[in-house]
Design a binder for this molecule. Structure first.
Ligand code: FEC
Length: 311
């Protein structure tokens, strides 16, 4: 009857303005307001990146529009995309509500993050599923797409470009150290048999192989400011070790992220870059995927494949 399948596209979310940072941070902290010191520090990080704007919003909007276009090409008239954010409006529940308002009864959910962890993608899915059950929408989810050939191809092109850029500083392409990275999570995920670490290593190894990189390793970044132990080593611990080993040039490939946002533009481009300068190591990073056509195809093909499982 021409009824469309909903596609709930979920992403982290970012504040709408500097005044909104406190509410955003409180949401991330599950309702606990940050101390004035923590709040000032986070505002300072946002101010330091491209003049205090919030690039993640525009990037997520672009990715949702790009996915809608790609689905329209591959399956005309079949899908309608909705946005649902983890920590900002429109929240995940708002996106599901919007689908229900539009008469959607079947939907696929996908997260703008390629690797599965119970603490990341798993928690997006849980929230969407609860709301969908409440509203009588049948939903299925893409849990991961970290080994999709088009995602790997897009990342491989970027790593190969980055290695070529850094080769002169390193004294040869084979001397560039490629450092794959992703958002750290609390160490307790290991007790849950979480696939996150394994999936990140699979993506890294596949990209390194395809880009002909022999000298690479994986490191964590952006650990939260909480007292519990987080997965390490952090990139800020890894860089001095590499300098000590005589590495002259490092290409960071943050494969756990798909957009330009705070954790890339601040934690890597400002913080890690400053650390590398002090160590006299040349540091560069791969361009983020943002609206790359290969990434849009990865998402669209993953959605279509998941729909098949809805029957
Ligand atoms: O640009 C922006 O405005 C948002 C950038 C941003 C992204 C992002 C992605 C991930 N996070 C993940 C896990 C955690 C856990 C905690 C946590 C805390 C923060 C804070 C900020 C923040 N995260 Fe984030 N994350 C981004 C931003 N994240 C800001 C709060 C300040 C801080 O601690 O640094 C700890 C929460 C807690 O206290 O319990 C856990 C994971 C991802 C990647 C997957 C995804 O995108 O969902 C995992 C982008």
């Amino acid at each position: 009857d021409g009824k469309r399948i909903g596609v709930l596209v979920m992403s982290y979310g970012t504040p709408e303005s500097m005044d909104d940072v406190e509410a955003y941070y409180t949401h991330i902290r599950r309702g606990n307001a940050p101390t004035p010191e923590l709040l000032a520090e986070l505002k300072g990080r946002y101010e330091a990146i491209v003049g205090g704007v919030f690039p993640l919003r525009e990037n997520t909007n672009g990715q949702v529009a790009g996915l809608q276009d790609k689905l329209e090409q591959l399956a005309p008239g079949q899908f309608s995309c909705y946005q649902g954010l983890k920590h900002a409006k429109p929240y995940i529940e708002d996106g599901v509500q919007q689908m229900a308002n539009d008469g959607i009864t079947e939907a696929v959910g996908i997260v703008l993050a390629p690797h599965f962890s119970t603490m990341s993608v798993g928690s997006y899915i849980k929230r969407a599923e609860e709301k969908a059950n409440e509203l009588g929408i049948t939903m299925t989810f893409v849990k991961q797409y970290h080994m999709h050939p088009k995602l790997l191809l897009a990342l491989t092109e970027r790593v190969a470009d980055g290695v070529a850029r850094l080769a002169p500083a390193a004294g040869g392409a084979d001397k560039v150290k490629v450092l794959f990275s992703a958002h750290s999570l609390p160490v307790k995920i290991r007790e849950l048999g979480d696939p996150y670490e394994q999936q990140l290593l699979e993506t890294s190894a596949a990209v390194a192989k395809a880009a002909n990189v022999s000298d690479w390793q994986f490191t964590w970044q952006s650990a939260g400011r909480t007292r519990e132990p987080w997965l390490g080593p952090d990139i800020l611990e890894t860089l001095p070790v590499l300098a000590e080993e005589g590495v002259k040039a490092v290409l960071v490939a943050p494969v756990g992220f798909v957009s330009d946002h705070l954790e890339v533009l601040y934690d890597l481009d400002i913080e890690a870059q400053a650390a590398a300068k002090k160590l006299d190591v040349a540091l560069d990073r791969i361009a983020m995927l943002n609206r790359d056509p290969l990434y849009m195809e990865t998402l669209a093909e993953s959605v279509i494949e998941a729909l098949a499982s809805l029957g």
